[in-house]
Design a protein around this ligand. Structure first.
Ligand SMILES: Cc1ncc(COP(=O)(O)O)c(C=O)c1O
Length: 391
């Protein structure tokens, strides 16, 4: 098979948009001042930092003072959960709620909090990875301080109903954090639909630079600081501000705003083609993305292990060798493939879970790439798939 070079892993990261790079460039050299310095060089940098914050806040529909810069989605999730949990402990709230399908940056933070005396309830999810709101209502207790539930699942693309889940938290007086990393600026953020107290976002998923993100902290929400140092970020995060990356983040948001609507439609169209191509040519597919309730750029499939046996390792290697970059959510620990916790959470057995493929499309994806990707996947499945009963 000829080696192609197709990138369908835009949910892992995206290339920096050339316009973003151009916007950032002056802030590495000419406008290099420390944003906390009071002199002219510092003031110029500060102005760029704050202008960028306004743009990011505008996209979220919030006040700029409610946006804290971080190093990315991981730090935002850590800050939200650890910061709020430690602050809430003073009010005898030591219980958190999250779901089994969250990103590791939330799950591992919760596991850390369990080691220092907090208790955590992990809600189960439906077959597409969404939390049923009733489950949340039932799980809230007297001592529940925070609920953390993501908007778009990073492996499946399925969306949680943030309006309803957040509404339940508001009603019950519990803080609500949402990881918006996979949906931010890809879907419009209408404030009424996002009754959140804390929200995590990241630049490198939207053609911005790696190493910067932000945490929305609703005015009045108390966060205990755990990065000590200077008084930057209103005393919430010590450390010299990264002006070039902040400028790049804001520019990435502006670029997304310009193309969002047509891009959503185009990606939906390409995703439908991909799905149709795959289902026409391959049997025993599970479609794990809720196609009626998902971000437009993700399609997750796996193969029913009761019908067809697919070696997950051979699948990943075969796709990579053929030049198709996709992801499957599995972790490679001690030389063997561990199935993704999300696949297990949606009810798949381990062999089915290991056969998952996440396709994530982006603004440079073409129809031709989708056709080639379909050929590659169909070819590999034909080569490595075995009827289940013969193994
Ligand atoms: C849903 C979700 N949350 C958090 C993160 C972590 O973001 P970052 O890479 O910016 O730390 C990711 C990245 O894959 C993600 O998809």
């Amino acid at each position: 098979m000829n080696r192609s070079n197709i990138y369908l892993d835009y949910s892992a990261t995206t290339p920096v948009d050339p316009a973003v790079l151009d916007a950032m460039r002056p802030y590495f050299t000419g406008v290099f001042g420390n944003a906390s310095s009071v002199h002219a060089h510092g003031r110029k940098a500060k102005a760029a930092l704050e202008r960028s914050r306004e743009i990011i806040a505008g996209e979220l529909g919030v006040h700029p003072g409610e946006v804290l810069y971080t190093s990315g989605g991981t730090e935002s999730n850590n800050t939200a959960l650890i910061g709020a949990a430690f602050a809430l402990r003073k009010h005898r709230k030591s219980h958190l709620i999250t779901s089994e399908a969250e990103h590791q940056a939330v799950l591992e933070t919760c596991e850390f909090l369990e080691t220092v005396g907090f208790t955590v309830t992990y809600l189960d999810v439906n077959r597409y990875g969404a939390v049923e709101p009733d489950r949340l209502g039932d799980a809230i207790r007297e001592d529940t301080g925070i609920v953390s539930l993501m908007h778009a699942n990073n492996e499946l693309g399925t969306l949680n109903d943030i309006r309803e889940l957040g509404g339940i938290c508001r009603e019950r007086g519990v803080l609500f954090h949402s990881d918006l990393v996979q949906s931010f600026s890809k879907v419009p953020m209408i404030p009424e639909d996002f009754p959140v107290d804390l929200a995590s976002i990241s630049a490198h998923k939207i053609y911005g630079p790696k190493g910067i993100g932000a945490l929305y902290i609703r005015k009045g929400v108390e966060i205990e600081r755990f990065q000590h140092g200077g008084g930057q970020e209103r005393g919430r995060r010590g450390g010299t501000e990264n002006v070039p990356l902040a400028v790049g983040f804001a520019k990435a948001v502006e670029c997304m705003q310009q193309i969002r609507e047509e891009e959503r439609e185009r990606l939906r169209f390409l995703r439908t083609h991909l799905l149709n191509g795959l289902t026409e040519r391959i049997d025993h597919l599970h479609i794990n993305t809720d196609l009626h309730n998902s971000v437009d750029h993700i399609l997750n499939i796996s193969f029913n292990a009761a019908k067809i046996s697919i070696d997950g390792e051979a699948l990943l290697m075969g796709l990579d060798t053929a030049g198709l970059s996709v992801s499957n959510g599995s972790a490679c620990t001690s030389g063997s493939l561990e199935p993704s916790h999300v696949q297990l959470a949606i009810g798949h057995d381990k062999p089915t879970a290991k056969s998952a493929i996440r396709f994530s499309l982006g603004k440079y994806t073409t129809g031709d790439e989708i056709r080639q990707a379909t050929d590659i996947v169909a070819g590999i499945i034909q080569k490595i798939g075995r009827p289940a009963e013969t193994v």
